[in-house]
Ligand binder design. Structure first.
Ligand code: AMP
Ligand code: MG
Length: 710
């Protein structure tokens, strides 16, 4: 086994208090890249909360069979000799358990790490080696300063600290960086996590085949990149940037290179641990920087169906697509003006608060609420005014008012605004009735969005309103997925281009104009590869072209197992093909396969079936391939405007539309009836069970628009 599907980076904290509700530094941050897609960093207010979240993440990745590298920013071991002096064993994992048995931690952050460090120091002659504390006069077993500690029995730093040039020692418990305290508060967590099923600790245990590997990292390795990122706006939080960038760098490391780094450690590492990436700072920095990223290829067996199943239920088929596909397009940076409809490849973090300053919500007069007397008011007006974009420079004295316009920053001395319609004004005064409320008609700074908040998540398909939000919080450039390219091929000897002279036996190609238009409406780039006769070589050539020019290929026709069904035959030849016999009407058969690593959806030829299969199967699959992630179409229950007796065993989609508040369905269910497709404005979905539907019974209606937008 090699390589990891997901990378988690944890920025740990030894804080003795609970971190504030609003995301801030010096708390715990979790950075995650999953299948090449960065996720919004997770903020944890306490170690206890973080341990729960990390445990959940491990479970999620295990369940989805994604191999996880979980990296933590504190030492996994101590300089040679420490473990033995404390526990009598050189095994660092024994020391983990020793700590887990002694360290106490609470939701409010209160913990006993200094008491435990005193007990550790007791294993050594002379002062130390653990030093630094928050109260000079407490914990006599811990020196307040480093001076006077001999570091003769044990070295101050580990071999990996020297190799990685880490900035502090794991014996330092106080004064930044408090790496020593972080290890004391972190190793007990690791001692518990490592006992979860499938988890191994690098480099102490056999990690090469483990589904989850815990490793030590040091964010200082990518400090230049973090520093650059911090200059990008006022809303940046250093710890969050560290985990985000480090997870990105590790996830971009080629599998062979990462395995090489992990295998190539000196013997001391068995006891002292090792910093992953030590000696490779430059390579990691390069990978951490914004650069185009190409995602990993799909697995060869991504379309394999369980053996022995005759008819796969729709939900099972959808579940397989959902689990086995991932984004296949790279990442690029675009400006706001070109970003509508694009898929976010990284979370958007507010660089500036909205509103950035307290301001007036109306045209009126501003004053300090506390300066008002009782009863009706008459206030003198200061000269000048505050308008949007033209703030008032001076301070408004208590007991005075100033003219303010909508959007104007509140001048110094103003916290409340009265609507101009509620006052009588002359040149020098305003008068108004009692009863105005403190802060009336004002907007507080950041009341909408605070600087540093995550406003949009990875996978978001950007709407017009999202662009307004990005602009408002000062974000002008966005990391988005490259647009998914979808090739469309029609197959069949009988097909003719619309408008051509038709001979007997010929029909016009109806699927291609329909499918290319659908693809475009879904926000993808359509690559029209034309019509192909029922001829193996011609089809092979078309698929070859599709694999080069597109990220996914839709074919229609030739997908069953007849003599002229060359799509399924070719995909079969290529190996990575499965005939999906899905319990669906209209629809079967569907041939799914990979051609040159590019997924192929072999849709049925019937236009009705081709459309339904595209909407129900290809659409969510393409959303995953595009980076937008899985999304079910939005439907709702409406009264049926029809009667129908439905057999059990398969799902049915009826061409439908809403008239008079009821769903009516197209008179004929024949799958060649293209006029019914055009008539319909949505689909009625009837689940897999038998049903007797009478007019007025609720049925699920999915409007066409639901398939076209998120
Ligand atoms: P097939 O899946 O190739 O067996 O085709 C099933 C039916 O759909 C046949 O009646 C075909 O003629 C028809 N068909 C296949 N492709 C198209 C197309 N592009 N436009 C219209 N009808 C088609
Ligand atoms: Mg055909």
């Amino acid at each position: 086994m090699s390589g990891f599907d997901s990378v988690l980076v944890v920025d740990w904290s030894a804080s003795g208090t609970r971190a504030p509700e609003r995301p801030s530094k010096d708390a715990i941050w979790l950075g995650l890249v999953r299948d090449g897609a960065p996720q919004a960093p997770i903020y944890c207010r306490t170690r206890i909360e973080a341990e729960v979240r990390i445990g959940e993440l491990i479970a999620t990745e295990r369940k989805a069979r994604r191999r996880l590298l979980a990296a933590f920013d504190f030492p996994f071991g101590y300089p040679r000799g420490v473990a033995g002096a404390i526990t009598g064993s050189d095994d660092p994992l024994v020391l983990w358990d020793w700590l887990a048995a002694r360290i106490e931690d609470a939701e409010n952050g209160v913990n006993n790490r200094f008491e435990v460090a005193e007990a550790m120091n007791a294993g050594f002659d002379g002062p130390g080696p653990f030093w630094g504390k928050t109260h000079k006069d407490r914990w006599p077993g811990i020196p307040y300063r480093k001076a006077g500690i001999a570091f003769d029995a044990v070295a101050e730093k580990r071999a990996c600290d020297r190799a990685a040039r880490t900035s502090s020692s794991c014996f330092q418990l106080c004064y930044n960086p408090t790496v020593g305290s972080q290890a004391l508060m972190g190793l007990p967590m690791l001692s518990r996590l490592r006992r979860l099923d499938g988890v191994a600790v690098w480099p102490f245990e056999a990690w090469a085949d483990a589904p989850v590997v815990l490793a030590e990292i040091w964010p200082g390795l990518i400090e230049p990149v973090v520093k650059d990122a911090m200059t990008r706006g006022e809303g940046m939080i250093r710890d969050r940037e560290q985990v985000r960038l480090l997870a990105r760098a590790l996830s971009r490391l080629p599998a062979a290179k990462l395995t090489g780094m992990m295998s190539d450690v000196p013997p001391e590492a068995r006891e002292e641990a090792w910093v992953l990436g030590a000696g490779h700072a430059e390579a990691l920095c390069e990978l951490a920087r914004d650069a185009p990223l190409s995602p990993p290829p799909l697995r060869d067996d991504c379309f394999a169906l369980p053996a022995g199943v005759d008819w796969t239920p729709v939900d099972a088929a959808l579940g397989m697509l959902r689990d086995r596909l991932h984004a296949v397009v790279g990442i690029e940076t675009v400006s706001l003006s070109g970003a509508a409809g694009r898929v976010l490849a990284a979370p958007v973090v507010a660089r500036r608060a909205n509103p950035p300053e307290a301001n007036s919500a109306v045209d009126g007069y501003g004053f300090a609420y506390d300066s008002l007397g009782v009863g009706d008011q008459v206030l003198p007006l200061v000269a000048g005014r505050a308008a949007a974009g033209a703030p008032h420079a001076g301070t408004v004295p208590a007991g005075w008012a100033i003219r303010v316009l909508t959007g104007a920053a509140l001048p110094e001395g103003v916290d409340t605004v009265i609507l101009q319609e509620d006052v009588t004004a002359d040149a020098g005064h305003i008068a108004f009735r009692a009863g105005v409320k403190r802060g009336a008609n004002t907007r507080a700074a950041g009341e909408d969005v605070g600087a540093g908040e995550t406003v949009l998540e990875t996978g978001r398909v950007l709407t017009a309103a999202d662009l307004a939000l990005c602009a408002a919080v000062g974000v002008a450039d966005l990391d988005v997925r490259a647009r998914l390219r979808v090739a469309v091929i029609s197959t069949g000897d009988e097909l003719l281009e619309p408008g051509e002279e038709a001979r007997p036996g010929q029909i016009f190609d109806a699927n291609r104009p329909m499918l290319t238009a659908l693809v475009r409406q879904m926000g993808y780039e359509a690559v029209d590869l034309g019509r192909v006769a029922d001829d193996r070589d011609a089809l092979r050539a078309a698929l070859e072209r599709g694999a080069v020019e597109a990220d996914v290929i839709l074919t229609s026709g030739g997908a069953s197992s007849g003599d002229e069904d060359h799509v399924s035959r070719l995909l079969n030849e290529a190996g990575a093909m499965a005939e999906w016999r899905i319990a669906l009407k209209p629809g079967r058969p569907l041939a799914l396969g990979l051609w040159g690593g590019v997924p192929v959806f072999g849709l049925p030829g019937n236009p009705v079936a081709a459309l339904v299969c595209t909407l129900i199967f290809a659409r969510p699959a393409m959303a995953v391939l595009s980076g937008a992630g899985w999304r079910a179409p939005q439907g709702f229950d409406v009264p049926a405007g029809f009667a129908k007796s439905k057999k059990p065993g398969r799902r049915e989609y009826l061409r439908a539309r809403i008239r008079g508040g009821r769903a009516e369905v197209f008179a004929s269910e024949g799958s060649g009836r293209i006029s019914g497709l055009s008539w319909a404005e949505g689909l009625v979905e009837l689940d897999d069970h038998a049903a007797e539907i009478a007019p007025g019974d609720p049925v699920r209606y999915i409007p066409m628009g639901s398939f076209l937008t998120g």
